[in-house]
Design a protein around this ligand. Structure first.
Ligand code: C2E
Ligand code: MG
Ligand code: MG
Length: 526
């Protein structure tokens, strides 16, 4: 509604204004009637014949009071006008707040949803973009966790500006958290190149509190045909975004109808996962850890495997985060640990069991107690158990993580930092937390032989670990040259496909009997 029309409606709806208009009209009619009946002359005669009643003074007083009353009324009307103005501003403010995100000033989910159904005078949707992009940041959570919420806020504000510059005259909507929707009025000829432009803008480095932060994003695109509901196009762009996210960082995906099928499959996977956990169908397999000093297997890492007919195709990278999302991770993890402890009890006593803990578990204050309880139930010695946690898991809630790690170490369980070198490695974390070991991420191992820089980093990590009295494990070792180079630079333990993939419990004894490795052989080739 136009502001002037709104104002007139407000004025007419107001009792004070109505009274003023009616009284004015009544006065005018009375004046006309008085003229018609010559009332003034009659009154004049009446006043003269009744001089002793002092009617002229009384009428003067009434006239003075009338003028004062008029001024009073006028002033109240001015006040009322001001009140209406203030109410207008307040209402506009409330409407703005309801439809915008206060941090970035971008329109919000409510704005978009209220536009799904609204139609203009021609029956068309008020918002009719030709293309919709759904954008989700990768790495935002880590910035928030590691650098604090104010840094996260700063990043979101910068992201909003970057997205605005990418859409031109289009509209950027913040759907919540690190999710954005872009409404693009004129669809570009090549949607993927637009998606890449968005990613390029998002990936530009940004300095927050003196720290250089580099994030990326996943972009899903859906092209709106004629007469398609905005909510359908936004939902399709969301689906495409999830597909892009699953395929890794910095990915762009354009919606295709088969994606809808993919989503149905995910829903099925959720259902199957619930059933698999209920029926204990996810079990640990074991990948050996080799001591480079002795050449002997010194332990096994338990890795979850979904073994029933639905399992193949689903890797732990898919169902562990899914179990976290569904709140099933505690149940699943306890099941696997119980089973792993029972299996590991059958191994020679000098072999350790390494067990992974996912990030959400590290925010559970009772985690230490739960693990110790399972060790008690299965009668597995805590000294043989090693818990693997990742850096980003610590960052999630570092105080709770600190308590859990202290509890575990106090019970005799060793704690190892997994995937070291990925995410946001912080020396502050290493100095605050006590670790018994550091596992160098397999990305470094894959390239260190051909990359002098990576080699230097690995040397530095080994040196740092030695200084902290922690053992180093290299994961993802696939060739003998990697093994010997790692031995040469002082790495303690290795793990990878060069030795064995994760195997079922039934194959462990056979592996131990057949496999011996001479760490000193082939030394010269390194
Ligand atoms: P992770 O703890 O870093 O485990 C090592 C991963 O590297 C495993 O993948 C393993 O199969 C793989 N790997 C080992 N050697 C090689 C190699 O030489 N080359 C290559 N390319 N890969 C190698 P997997 O089993 O798919 O597990 C992935 C991640 O899932 C694990 O990473 C761990 O973080 C998580 N995970 C696995 N099992 C569990 C579990 O029971 N509980 C929890 N919370 N997380 C688990
Ligand atoms: Mg691990
Ligand atoms: Mg790892």
């Amino acid at each position: 509604m136009r502001p002037s029309v709104k104002k007139i409606r407000l004025l007419l709806g107001n009792a004070a204004y109505r009274d003023a208009v009616w009284l004015g009209l009544a006065g005018f009619v009375f004046w006309l009637v008085a003229i018609a009946f010559d009332a003034h002359d009659s009154m004049h005669d009446f006043i003269l014949t009744h001089e002793h009643w002092e009617l002229d003074e009384i009428i003067l007083a009434i006239a003075a009071m009338g003028i004062a009353g008029f001024i009073y009324g006028y002033r109240r009307i001015v006040d009322l006008n001001k009140e209406i103005g203030l109410r207008d501003t307040a209402e506009d403010k409330v409407a703005w707040i309801a439809n915008h995100d206060s941090l970035t000033s971008l329109p919000n989910r409510h704005f978009l949803e209220s536009n799904y159904k609204s139609r203009n005078a021609h029956g068309r949707s008020a918002l009719t973009p030709e293309m919709v992009a759904s954008v989700d940041l990768d790495g935002f959570k880590q910035v928030n966790d590691l650098l604090g919420h104010s840094a996260g806020d700063e990043l979101l504000v910068a992201t909003a500006e970057r997205l605005k510059s990418a859409v031109g005259d289009g509209l950027v909507v913040r759907m919540g958290g690190d999710e954005f929707v872009l409404l693009i009025h004129t669809a570009p000829k090549n949607p993927v190149s637009f998606g890449n432009l968005v990613i390029r803008k998002l990936s530009e480095p940004l300095v927050i509190n003196g720290v250089q932060v580099k994030i990326s994003g996943s972009v899903g695109l859906a092209v709106a045909g004629r007469a398609r509901d905005l909510d359908t196009v936004v939902r399709e762009a969301d689906m495409a975004m999830y597909v892009a996210k699953r395929s890794g960082r910095n990915a762009v995906a354009v919606f295709t109808p088969d994606m809808e099928q993919g989503f149905l499959r995910r829903a099925e996977c959720e259902l199957e996962l619930r059933r698999a956990i209920k029926k204990n169908r996810i079990v640990p397999h074991y990948q050996p850890l080799i001591d480079l000093g002795t050449g002997k297997t010194c332990g096994f890492e338990a890795l979850a495997r979904w073994t029933d007919k639905f399992g193949p195709g689903y890797t732990p990278d898919v169902y562990i985060p899914l179990a976290e999302d569904l709140g099933l991770i505690v149940e699943l993890s306890e099941q696997i640990l119980r089973r792993a402890c029972l299996d590991a009890k059958k191994w020679p006593r000098d072999l350790d069991l390494s067990f992974n803990i996912s990030p959400t578990q590290l925010t559970d204050r009772l985690l230490g107690l739960r693990i110790v309880q399972i060790l008690g139930e299965t009668e597995f010695p805590p000294q043989r158990l090693q818990i693997e946690i990742t850096e980003s898991a610590i960052a999630k809630d570092s105080d709770t993580a600190f308590r859990i790690i202290s509890d575990l170490r106090a019970s005799g369980i060793r704690v190892v930092l997994d995937d070291f070198g990925t995410g946001y490695s912080s020396l502050a974390q290493l100095s605050r937390f006590e670790f018994d070991g550091i596992k160098i991420d397999r990305e470094f191992i894959a390239s260190f032989l051909n990359d002098e820089k990576q080699m230097k980093i690995i040397r530095a990590i080994i040196c740092l670990a030695k200084g902290l009295n922690a053992k180093t494990t290299a994961e993802g070792v696939e060739t003998d040259s990697q093994v010997f180079a790692l031995r040469k630079i002082g790495c303690d333990i290795v793990q990878g496909y060069f030795f064995a993939k994760a195997m079922p419990a039934s194959e462990v004894q056979g592996y131990l009997a057949d496999n011996t490795f001479d760490p000193k052989a082939n030394q010269e080739s390194a």
